[in-house]
Every structure is written in C-alpha cells, then in structure tokens.
Design a protein around this ligand. Structure first.
Ligand code: GLA
Length: 682
C-alpha cells in the first residue's frame, strides 16, 4: 500500500511538474514550418532565438522526417526531436508534430515496393518525390501507424506539444489491383446487388452492364458519371480511414488536450473534405496565392470553406512568406501584403498563421521558395513584417480569445455537385468554384461574414442560404432545404441545381427536380451560351454569359425578377430569375451566370428582402470588414478592417471604436494606409 501511495505521489508530482512547464497558450498563434533534421543541432539555438524574437509561438516539425525518425526498419530515433521540442519550449515556442507518412523513406519503398502507388497509366511511382505511397496499402498503413505510435508514446504527454497534423496535404490516388478490389467491395456493400447498381447507373447504355463486381473498373479519364462519382466518394472514405489509422494510434497515447488536424488545400477537390475532416478536432489549410496578389473575396471564401468543414475556427497551417516556387511566375507579395493576408485569415476565423518555411533546405526541390531567413541563416527583409505580426498577435490576442465569425448568410458547397459539373461542364468556363464565388463576393463585400457549409449542415440560423449549382440533389437534401424554407428561410438556387439524383443520374422531374414543386416553376430547357446575351429586370440590364436556363412558372404566384432579351430565339423574353413564397419563407431561382453588376444588385436585394444586418455601410472599395464574436461570460465583438488597396482609405465606423493595435482612443472613423489593418472594438 505504502509503495502504491509513493508511486501515486511520484506520478502526481510529475504531472504537476510537466503541467507547470507549459507556458500559457496564446489565443492567436504565429508559427513556422521548421525542419531541424535538415540542420546541424549546433544551429538550432540560433534559429529558435530568431523565431522567438519574431514572436513565433509554434513550430510545425516532423512531417517529412521519417528517414530521420526511423533510419532503418524498426529502429526509431526520436531523441533529436525531443531535444528540438525542449529547446523550443525554453523559448515559449510550442510544437505541432506532423506524422511523416507523406514521405516514406527509401529503405521502406525499396523493401516494400508494393507500398508505392500506381499511377493512372499503370506505372509504379518512383522514389525521390513525396506522396509516392498507396493510400489503401495495408502494409503502408501498418508502417505509418507504427511510426505514429512511436511518436505518440514519446510525445503524447509532452507539455510543449499542443497538437498533431496527420500526414501532409492528401492528394494522390493509387490505381493498383488492391485498390480496385477495395473499390469493388465498397460498391458491393453500398448497392447490395448488381441489379441495383446497374439500374442506378443505367449500365444498359453502351453495354456497360456488370455481371460480377470484379468487372467494375477504376475510372480513368471519361467514364460513366455514376461510376466516376462513386469513385470520388470511395476515395474520400479511403482517405478518412487512412487518416483514422494514425489518429487512433495517437489517441491511444496522447493527452486529450493535444488536438489532431490535417492541412487541406483549399478548393482542391480530390476527395470530400467533409468526410475526411469528420474525425479531426479542427480543420487547417495551406493558403498560397501562388501567382499574383491577395484577392480578399477569392481567398476569403476558401477560409470560410475551411471553417465550414467543422463549423468552427480553423488554422492556416502554411502560408507563403512572400513567394512560392511552383508557379510559372513566382512573384512576391508586396510589402505589407503578407501582414494584411495574416489578418485577413484571422478575420475569417483562423486562430493561427504559419509560414512555410523558416529556412530553405540547401538542397531539395524547393530552394527558391520564400522563407523568413536566408541560406546564410540571417533574416530576409520580410522577417521584420512577420515580427510586427508577432507583436500584434500578442497585443490583440486577448481581445480575440474565444471569438468566431457569426453569419446570417450561408453558401452551400457540395463536392458531389462540383464533381458532377466538372465531369460534364458543358461549357468549359462553367467552373463550379467560380460560380460559388460569383454569389459569395458581392454579399461578402456588403456584410462581415458568410458561412460556407455543406447542404446537410443545420440551416436554421441563416436568413439566406445560397445554393449555386447544387447539381446533385437527393430527396433528403431537398427535404432539408424545404424545411428550412417552410420555417422562414430564403433559399437562393443557382443554375444547374437539382438536375441529378444522388447517383448522378438525371432526375425525371425538370430542374430543380425535387424542389420544382416548391419553387412553383421549372427549367424548361438549359442553353450553353457561345456569346453574351442580355438580361434585364430587378437587377438592372446587362449581358450574361456561359449558361442560360429558360424558366417557366407553374404556380400563379411566381414572380419573375429578370428576363432574357433577344438572343437565340428560344430564350427571348423568357424568365431568367424567379421567386416564390412558400410556407414562411421563399425560394428564388437564378437560371444564369449573372454579370458582376447584376450580382451586386441581387446582393442588395437580398440584404433588403431578408433584413440582413449591415453594421458597416459605405465601406470603400477594396476595404474588407470582418467580425468575430464571443458569447458566454465575456461577450465581445471585434472588427478586423483591412485596406487591401494601395491607396489611403477612410472608413466610417457604426459607433465609436477603439483601435487595438495602436491603442488609440475611441473614434468614429479610422484612416488606413495602403494594406493597413485595424482591429476595432466598440
Ligand atoms: C505545400 C507543402 C509544403 C511545401 C509548400 C510549398 O503546401 O505542404 O511542404 O511544399 O507547399 O509552397
């Protein structure tokens, strides 16, 4: 008994001690990707000192370091990593550990070539790049799990390790026989019988009828749209289980305070991110502009998309320190733009901004990428701008603690619909992501937050739900949307909505399929446009492009809001936008790709019709207002106002506000220099 008590006391004091070692976590994290394995240990102190000086509060390490962590099969060396974690801790720099499965070592791929993925053309991937593994390979999963387990055993209780990133930017598929048999199994458990599959896929067409599950191929290039959609869903499940394999390994040994995330790639649609993020604590993404400059609306929607994956704040796990190396023209962001971009992320609900990378490896594929220190180990010019951010995050952190964006408007985003449209764009410029942006941007300019969520998300808190291009619409989706409308919501459908069922087959009711009756109108015919055609009505007169649907009212109380002018004869004078009240709410259908001016007018109409709160009015062009809110014990609202232009702007505030970065007294107006930022509290 006495020994038992002794050990309990030892354990207790140990955990109190380790707890005491961790410095308080900042509400906003500035970070960088650091690769200590690429440098002599004698250099680490200098790097960490420079990071500390810049206000860096976390490093992400390890995500490509498998060959250093397991130099030969089953021989693990994590001592160096532990030393790096401890050295960071001494400077108040927390650590996010990346599991290294995106870069299997050469001993592994040589000994187990079956773990290498097979490309679409049947060739096996070769060593020397990354992501060369097969995502279904049981052997690969076992080896990756073992590596993650070793890391979790060593760092699962480390007070300085705050969280984990699984793998890095999932992206590739494998077309090997095992994957194919897994796909067939997956289809079998989904459809039960081949009769059901053949019927839903209309396989009588072109003699595609399948007599055995083994006959079903992995689609390469053009194939049956139902098969292509199911492959994408299968791939999504595969990535989810690939990730879960490592999450489980970590969870077995890690403290529950250590969170687990993955760094997604924005619009990338290789898999359904709602599926893959289901097991994560929160989502992260790697925000690169690549070529050009920050467009706050184009970039903002992607922040909101990432926030919508888990419907909570997210992290920017990587962003460019000036420039990337993988574009045709790798221009640098302007002076001040990196700072504006960081605050833009915070405004949209990120709680961290991390620069990829700290310092270029001297060799390897990415020598030209932007960094914070040069090959000589000394700060590059951008370092000071990031150090300014470090000071600002520390200053404004407390006021932003526990805050998130709150939206009255949602844009529905569905991978099924994006895939279905992309398989058969019909007009090469009908890019479903750009179509979403055309609805999002004008309303975002007039408001301070929009959510981007999937169609199954709870909708009752929104005054307006926009579903541009909800091409694949199941009966369950339609019911969910109709419930929302019946209870008083305003649903705005865009062109191509409700054409397909969940198997990617055509609905037998005209668009919007299961919502046609509620709309009291339907799409009589759709037309691809080879030249712009006029549309006029409540949103002004202008030319529309790409796509036009000839709408026909079925119910007497349908209101036509816009009509086509003279065009191809079929469309002349026909409705282009209609609206219908139903239950306590309203459905509007926009049958075309309206011009920017018309979308602006539509946005104003929605603001008025649905009484959307506009806190800031007369916001100058190029200025973005974002709002984060804390509820609960210490309710607060914080505005992040950014001048994304290269001119001075004056912004009228709705009430007297204090500027937190400069600590100025309350004022009714704020002046922002080019690319400058204000963090304001009423
Ligand atoms: C991706 C990767 C990083 C790095 C950067 C370069 O986001 O995750 O490892 O290659 O791109 O921009």
């Amino acid at each position: 008994m006495a020994t038992k008590i002794f050990w309990i006391l030892v354990l207790l004091s140990f955990s109190i001690l380790s707890f005491a070692q961790a410095s308080p976590q900042p509400p906003l994290y500035l970070g960088t990707a650091w690769y200590p394995e690429q440098w002599p240990e004698s250099r680490w102190d200098a790097d960490l000192d420079l990071m500390q000086k810049a206000g860096i509060r976390f490093v992400r390490v390890g995500e490509f370091a498998w060959s250093t962590m397991e130099p030969s099969e089953g021989k693990f060396d994590l001592d160096w990593l532990e030393r790096a974690v401890t050295m960071a801790q001494k400077r108040g720099i927390f650590v996010v550990l990346g599991t290294p499965s995106a870069a299997p070592p050469a001993w592994l791929t040589s000994k187990y070539p079956d773990t290498l993925r097979i490309e679409e053309d049947g060739r096996r991937a070769v060593h020397g790049n990354r992501q060369h593994f097969s995502f279904t390979s049981p052997r690969y999963r076992e080896l990756a799990r073992r590596m993650a387990t070793e890391m979790a055993k060593r760092f699962g209780h480390n007070p300085n390790v705050i969280g984990w990133q699984i793998d890095n930017e999932y992206a590739t598929y494998s077309y090997d026989d095992y994957t194919r048999s897994q796909f067939q199994q997956w289809l079998k458990s989904k459809y039960g019988t081949l009769d059901s599959l053949n019927q839903h896929w209309t396989t009588a067409y072109w003699s595609q009828t399948y007599d055995t599950w083994e006959e079903i191929p992995i689609p390469v290039g053009w194939n049956n749209p139902s098969l292509m959609l199911e492959w994408k869903r299968f791939v999504s499940d595969v990535y989810r289980s690939y990730q879960k394999n490592q999450i489980e390994a970590i969870r077995q040994y890690a403290d529950s305070r250590q969170w687990i995330t993955h760094n997604f790639m924005g619009w990338f649609d290789g898999f359904d991110h709602y599926t893959v993020s289901a097991d994560l604590d929160f989502a992260s993404w790697d925000n690169y502009i690549g070529n050009g400059h920050l467009n706050p609306w184009k970039n903002g929607i992607v922040h909101d998309l990432t926030r919508g994956l888990k419907r909570k704040n997210f992290w920017v796990m990587e962003t460019q320190p000036g420039n990337v190396n993988w574009q045709q023209v790798n221009n640098s962001l302007d002076k001040g733009e990196v700072r504006a971009m960081a605050w833009h992320a915070i405004g949209h609900g990120s709680d961290a901004v991390s620069y990829w990378q700290w310092r270029s490896a001297l060799g390897g594929q990415e020598q030209y990428h932007g960094t914070l220190v040069g090959p000589d180990g000394k700060p590059v010019p951008l370092y000071d701008e990031v150090a300014q951010l470090g000071r600002e995050f520390a200053k404004a952190g407390d006021i932003l603690r526990g805050t998130s964006p709150v939206s009255e408007i949602a844009v529905l985003h569905s991978y099924d619909s994006r895939w279905a449209i992309d398989f058969q764009r019909h007009h090469k410029e009908f890019d479903p992501a750009r179509y979403l942006e055309s609805f999002y941007a004008p309303l975002r300019k007039l408001t301070d937050s929009i959510d981007v969520v999937n169609p199954a998300a709870p909708l009752e808190s929104y005054k307006v739900v926009m579903a541009p291009g909800l091409n694949v619409m199941s009966d369950a989706d339609a019911k969910h949307l109709l419930d929302y409308v019946q209870r008083g919501g305003h649903l705005v459908l865009g062109a191509r909505s409700g054409l397909k069922d969940e198997y990617n087959a055509l609905h037998t009711t005209r668009q919007p399929g299961p919502l046609a009756q509620a709309l009291g109108a339907h799409v009589e015919q759709y037309y691809v446009l080879d030249k712009p055609i006029p549309v006029s009505g409540d949103f002004g007169s202008d030319d529309v492009k790409i796509w036009a649907e000839y709408l026909k009212a079925d119910a007497p109380d349908v209101r036509v809001l816009a009509r086509y002018g003279k065009s191809n004869g079929w469309l002349d004078d026909q409705p282009a936008v209609v609206t219908h009240s139903i239950g306590k709410g309203q459905i509007t259908y926009v049958g075309t790709w309206l011009s920017e001016a018309q979308m602006n007018a539509l946005a104003l109409w929605l603001i008025k019709t649905d009484k959307i709160t506009q806190r800031f009015t007369d916001v100058p062009e190029g200025v973005e207002v974002s709002r984060r809110v804390a509820t609960g014990n210490s309710p607060r609202e914080v505005y992040i106002v950014i001048n994304h232009t290269t001119e001075v702007k004056h912004i009228k505030l709705p009430s007297a506000m204090r500027e937190q970065l400069r600590g100025t007294a309350a004022s009714l107006e704020v002046e922002l220099a080019p690319r400058d930022v204000a963090v304001l509290t009423p």
